[in-house]
Structure formats: C-alpha cells, structure tokens
Design a protein around this ligand. Structure first.
Ligand code: PBG
Ligand code: ZN
Length: 326
C-alpha cells in the first residue's frame, strides 16, 4: 500500500499537534458577565450557576480585582434592581444613579483603562412585566422601546462604559443608540449588538438569576431557532446601523450561525456561551458524568473554530484558575 497522504503524520506527538493547531484561545478572548445587585456586602452564589454570584457594587470591585489578577480584563455588567424599583417602562434603567451607573463609576475609578467595561442594554430586568421593551395592550411595541433603550445606553456611556450591548432585539435600536451617543459627544463608545439572539430555553438559569422571566414569552422579538438566513439579515442590518461588533446567542447549538455571520462580517464576531450551556456542564461534571476541563475546552475551542473572536462565558474563572487557558 503506497499512501501518499497520511494526515496522521501531523498527529504523532503533542508538540507536532501543537504547532499545526488551527485554533487557539487565551484570556484576551474571554468576556466575564456579572450580575450587579443593590445594597452592600452581597456576594450570593446563584444556585443554578455554581461560582456565579449576585454581587453588590462594593464587592463587585473586589470580584473584578481577582478576575484581573487571573488575566480576565473584559467584563459585562447586568443590573438587577430591587423589585420595588421595577415599573411599566423600566425607568430605573435610565437613572444616572442606577445600579449599573454606580458600578461603572466605581470600577472606572478603581481600574482606569486597565479593564474593558461592557454593559447589557435591555429593559427586561427593570420592567414590572419582564419584557425587553414597552408593553402596550399585550404587545411589545418597537419604536417607543427603542427610544428608552437609547437613553439607557447613554446613561451607561456617561457613567463610563467602553461598550454598550443592546440585547433586546427591537428593530432599529443600534442606529438609534448610535445617534443618541453621537449627539451627546460619546462618539467613541462602541456598540456590541446582540444581533442574532434566539428565543431559547438555554436562558433558563439566567432568568432565575435576574428574576427576569417575562409574562408570556419573547417570541415576538427574539429569533425563531428554525431560522439561519434571518440571523444573517439581523447581523447585516446591525452593521449597517453602526454596530462595531455583532453577537450570536446562544453559542453551542448555534455554531452554524456563528460560522455564517463570520463569513459575512468584517467586524469582530462575539458569541455568548449562555447560562444553560454553562449549568449543564457544571451539573454533569458535579455528577461525575463528564470531565469538566475537557468539556469546557472542547466547547470553547469549537466556538473559536466556528469563527468567534470573543466569547462571553461563565467558565473563564475556572479555566484560568485551573491553568486550562493562559
Ligand atoms: C435579557 C438577557 C438574557 C440573557 C442576557 N440578557 C436572557 C433573556 O432573553 O431572557 C441571557 C444570558 C444567559 O442566559 O446567560 N435581555
Ligand atoms: Zn431583555
């Protein structure tokens, strides 16, 4: 047998495999989410998300200081206001003294330009009905919601966000946010658009964490998971409206979307390794059904291989502490 092509030649040793590896990952590719609550002294682990906390601003500064030590420099903030601050229009979301605005100021003061601060821009944690936009006669209306979302983004920009990240899936919000930021002089605040965000059961643990389960569902604004071409349309529209980066969410069951968006986009592509994906791995590892390190690395490298430049993930801390990622 005279084989000319023997692909196994390049798999003969760890070093041989290492030098021909097509994909890699390091700390700079990871974005770490934080759930910021009111009050002081809170670091409460979220039951469905081991190692992930509800954290008050004072403790958030310490949490992020430890993350920075590990090499995690990009941080995504979700605000969780008190129940009594929730109302029909999510007015706490546009408060200059809201929980995210205060967190941004404290973090900027402490870390200066040593970290990148990204904020989730969405109304669902702030509205009494739990929807990502305004609810009128049972319908989540688009254009008035977009105005409020733009104001929320401006609130974050003023408080020091480097990147604002709308996750609501209303039409036209990227353009509206860009306009309002520019009118107010925030021309260098970037926009990371959750462009292809699917209505997904993988958000379950996050909704518990944020107490943000909606009345009804989000299927009139988040995407139908049967659709791939439509995801490309969403990403293209967001780029035309001025998005600096586009996101696909969730990640694992959507790597075809990541690949297709990567092929179309000239800007960085981000994917969100969401709460349900994280919790499934943690639960299965805790039960002894899988090797956590091996599964996490396989998942994260698959996201990179599919075309994600950056990955929002809850695994970052474990991966760096364990030396799985340098
Ligand atoms: C809300 C929002 C969600 C997530 C981020 N922002 C979930 C939702 O639409 O209910 C999901 C995060 C995760 O599951 O890790 N706009
Ligand atoms: Zn939302």
């Amino acid at each position: 047998m005279e084989l000319i092509q023997r692909p196994r030649r390049l798999r003969t040793s760890p070093l041989m495999r290492e030098i021909v590896a097509e994909t890699d990952i390091s700390a700079r590719h990871l974005i770490t989410p934080h759930f910021v609550v009111e009050g002081e002294g809170h670091v409460d682990e979220i039951a469905s998300m081991p190692g992930v906390t509800h954290v008050s601003v004072d403790k958030l500064v310490e949490e992020i200081a430890a993350d920075v030590e590990l090499g995690l420099k990009s941080h995504l903030l979700f605000g969780i206001p008190n129940d009594d601050a929730k109302d029909h229009t999510g007015s706490a979301a546009v408060d200059d003294n809201g929980v995210v605005a205060r967190a941004l100021r404290a973090l900027r003061e402490r870390f200066g330009s040593e970290i990148i601060l990204i904020t989730d821009v969405c109304l669902c944690a702030y509205t009494s009905h739990g929807h990502c936009g305004f609810l009128e006669d049972g319908v989540v209306v688009n254009d008035s919601s977009v105005e409020q979302l733009a104001k929320m983004a401006l609130t974050h920009a003023k408080a020091g966000a480097d990147i604002v990240s709308p996750s609501d899936m209303m039409d036209g919000r990227v353009g509206a946010i860009r306009d309002l930021l520019d009118e107010n002089g925030y021309v260098n605040t970037a926009i990371l658009a959750y462009s292809a965000k699917f209505a997904s059961a993988y958000y379950g643990p996050f909704r518990d964490a944020c107490d943000s389960a909606p009345q009804g569902d989000r299927k009139t604004y988040q995407m139908d998971f049967r659709n791939g071409r439509e995801a490309l349309l969403e990403a293209i529209l967001d780029m035309q409206e001025g998005a600096d980066m586009v996101m696909v969410k969730p990640a694992l069951a959507y790597l075809d979307i990541v690949r297709n968006v990567r092929a179309e986009a000239l800007c960085p592509v981000v994917c969100y390794n969401v709460s349900g994906e994280f919790s499934m791995v943690k639960a299965s590892a805790a039960a002894g059904y899988c090797d956590e390190q091996a599964i996490v690395m396989e998942n994260l490298l698959a996201m990179r291989r599919a075309g994600a430049d950056l990955i929002i993930t809850y695994h970052g801390r474990d991966a760096l502490k364990g030396g799985w990622i340098k």
